[in-house]
Design a protein around this ligand. Structure first.
Ligand SMILES: NC(=O)c1ccc[n+]([C@@H]2O[C@H](COP(=O)([O-])OP(=O)(O)OC[C@H]3O[C@@H](n4cnc5c(N)ncnc54)[C@H](O)[C@@H]3O)[C@@H](O)[C@H]2O)c1
Length: 355
């Protein structure tokens, strides 16, 4: 296998690469990433000198560069993760989402179509998408692979659009495409603007912890290790043309999740608990502040895992409490990793963690 991973320097991509290199890695693994604010090569420093690993700093929006990588490395398998991925950013500035997520995906599909025309041997194009394309659920029900698309944010709309272009390349040109829709991921290396690391770092810095609305929106959380394991099974065992939903079976309201993180920190890092003027020590939970709800905020996401379970016997191995313990321990131990992001590479005022 000659594998191209896009977005390998991001959160899920880094964890995927680490898992691939912990096993028996393919002959060549090329990581194509333009290193936006969320891409971080430090996540992969242990792989730099591995003979089977190559990093290419390429922007998916540049069709010529993308095609060159596919051609030069004779790529035959693709795991496409690169994307603009943060919903709040898509609300403030949708254009890069449409450019990278739709046109970038198109450039990659086209590069594969052109380069794979003449060559024989097995090929696969796995497009990593999100459950957010399905829109919002009420208090009951689950997203299946047949749920109609109803994306509500520019991020979700851009991912839904790219899914449809991927599908059309399967139907029209016979490209062996596979699509996955996963629920909310968490785990090591997640950029600090996302909910779980953001709450953890705000609490450690004694900053107000913002919770949208009343915090009753519900998400289905999956540990990133479980997600990347499923992606590998879909790539190697999936049937081209098929779509697979991947979820952690771990639903939680945002408020319950934030309270759980605070409770874990009360035990693991009691020194950051807030202290009142009268020297009373408060739990981290006292930092919670309810803020105006996100526009178009989906109420609930939940995944029906039956297809991927029945097809590959895949099932999540983490529950939310063990996964959160492990993840928060990682953030407590890897202070250099996030302090570097806070110091060097990010507009701190945006995060509200430091002045
Ligand atoms: N994080 C989640 O909870 C979740 C859930 C379901 C699906 N997904 C999907 O998984 C994928 C990865 O998500 P993530 O959380 O790791 O995101 P991330 O933001 O951490 O990483 C994205 C990576 O893509 C790269 N990138 C962005 N624009 C690029 C461009 N134009 N050219 C080349 N590289 C570019 C970035 O540098 C970064 O390394 C995305 O496609 C996302 O839609 C994420």
């Amino acid at each position: 296998m000659r594998l191209l991973i896009t977005g390998g320097a991001g959160f899920i991509g880094s964890n995927l690469l680490q898992q691939i290199f912990r096993q028996d890695p393919p002959e060549i693994v090329v990581n194509l990433d333009s290193l936006t604010y969320s891409g971080n090569l430090k996540n992969l420093s242990n792989l730099e000198s591995h003979p089977n690993y190559q990093f290419k700093k390429v922007d998916l929006r540049n069709a010529t560069d993308v095609s060159k990588v596919v051609n030069t490395y004779a790529i035959d398998h693709v795991m496409h993760l690169a994307a603009e991925s943060h919903v709040d950013r898509s609300i403030n500035s949708p254009e890069p989402f449409l450019e990278t997520n739709i046109m970038g995906t198109f450039n990659l599909l086209e590069a594969c179509r052109q380069n794979w025309k003449e060559s024989t041997g097995p090929k696969r194009f796995l497009h990593v998408s999100t459950d957010e394309v399905y829109g919002s659920l009420g208090p009951s029900g689950l997203f299946t692979e047949k749920t109609p698309y109803q994306p509500n944010s520019p991020y979700a709309a851009s991912k839904a659009s790219s899914d449809l272009v991927v599908r059309s390349y399967g139907r029209t040109y016979g490209l062996p495409v596979l699509i996955t829709h996963c629920s909310n991921n968490y785990g090591p290396f997640q950029f600090p603007e996302k909910l779980i690391p953001l709450v953890t770092l705000k609490a450690l810095h004694g900053r107000p912890i913002p919770v949208y609305g009343r915090g009753d929106n519900i998400r289905d959380w999956i540990h990133v290790d479980d997600h990347v394991h499923a992606l590998w099974q879909v790539l190697t065992e999936g049937i081209p043309g098929e779509t697979y939903n991947i979820g952690g079976n771990q639903e939680s309201s945002n408020l319950d999740l934030v309270k759980t993180i605070c409770a874990i920190l009360d035990v693991k890092h009691p020194s950051s608990r807030p202290i009142t003027e009268t020297n009373q020590v408060l739990p981290h939970e006292s930092l919670i502040e309810f803020v105006a709800d996100r526009p178009g905020h989906d109420f609930r996401y939940a995944i029906d895992n039956r297809k991927i379970h029945q097809t590959f016997h895949w099932e999540p191995t983490y529950n939310l409490s063990t996964g959160l313990e492990q993840t928060i321990t990682w953030y407590l131990e890897q202070t250099d990793w996030w302090q570097d992001i806070l110091d060097q590479r990010y507009d701190l005022k945006r995060l509200g963690i430091q002045d």
